[in-house]
Design a protein around this ligand. Sequence first.
Ligand SMILES: Cc1ncc(C[n+]2csc(CCOP(=O)(O)OP(=O)(O)O)c2C)c(N)n1
Ligand code: SF4
Ligand SMILES: [Mg+2]
Length: 348
Amino acid sequence: MSTSTVTQPPKKTNRIGLEVISYRGSKTTLCAGCGHNSVSERLIECFYELGVSPYDVAKFSGIGCSSKSPAYFLGLSHGFNGVHGRMPAIATGAILANSKLLGLGVTGDGDTASIGIGQFMHLVRRNLPMIYIIENNGVYGLTKGQFSATADLGSTLKSGTPNELPPFDCCALALKWGATFVARSFSGDKRQLQAIIKTAIAHRGLSVIDVISPCVTFNDHDGSTKSYSYMKDHEEALHELDFVPAFQDITVDIPEGEVMDVQMHDGSHLRIRKLHRDFDPTDRLAALGALEEAEAKGEVLTGVLYVNTAKPTFLELLNLGEAPLGTLPEAKVRPTRAALDELMEELR
Ligand SMILES: Cc1ncc(C[n+]2csc(CCOP(=O)(O)OP(=O)(O)O)c2C)c(N)n1
Ligand code: SF4
Ligand SMILES: [Mg+2]
């Protein structure tokens, strides 16, 4: 009697030997078609393709459908679901305690621009090294679709009620407050969003990514400016983006002509193929101007708006050193009895 052995094809793994399943999370409970689900998919792909260890990532969020989404990707990573709008404070504490972690914040437009605007402002000002993704649908999806502070003037609720307050543009605000990486994308633009997330992973500093991410249940109707059909008609891509990781040979295949390469801290490259615009993503004023111009035309400008690799991060400003605070022995982080007594004497 002959025996035959069935050989299984080798499992596909990334450069650190992990399969894509190691980057997935639990099954989504968000509505089918919600833009936030596409963002989760892109995060899984980008972290897998770049071979980032999921054990080195710390996910942070607040409250909202968007803030639930970290449960649906990078299930092996650390995670903290904070109070509504207060994720930046938690992320700041965690990254200060362990600067070796790659911080990944996922939040909503309500979480960031309504209740959390003050926290967002200080996070940007400090240039804390982390990725900060705003899944922007213009409404509070989780609490049944009220307008958020990013809802456009004249945009309507499902009931037809128009928004009468001017919106906050999170990219323009981040640029004003000194952000070092600012980008906007659309959850339906797979290629562009992938290139932006990969560049943000390579950036040392705060990366603000505002992703228009339609809420199919409460804000995907004709009067909405954050719907799939509106975005299809009004998205204006600044440029075609490509990301070349440091571990790939970057000397090959650099096309001639209208191409600009921005080198990131780790040696990776953000490669920009200019379309019809002569846009320089290292010019902050030009980025602000382009946003204003697009708003006046009713366009949604997407792409990498600004990159600054020179500004120090919050960790560098604090001169924290290489070893994470959380790993230092007690003798280094706790004043001695004698030092405390001396201090008390001085205060008498
Ligand atoms: C302190 C506090 N205030 C209000 C709420 C109610 N609440 C929960 S989620 C949410 C808005 C979420 O909107 P967004 O951040 O845009 O997320 P989305 O659901 O649209 O993804 C609000 C107001 C809360 N949970 N906590
Ligand atoms: S209510 Fe809106 S934001 Fe929330 S999961 Fe459904 S589609 Fe997404
Ligand atoms: Mg929202």
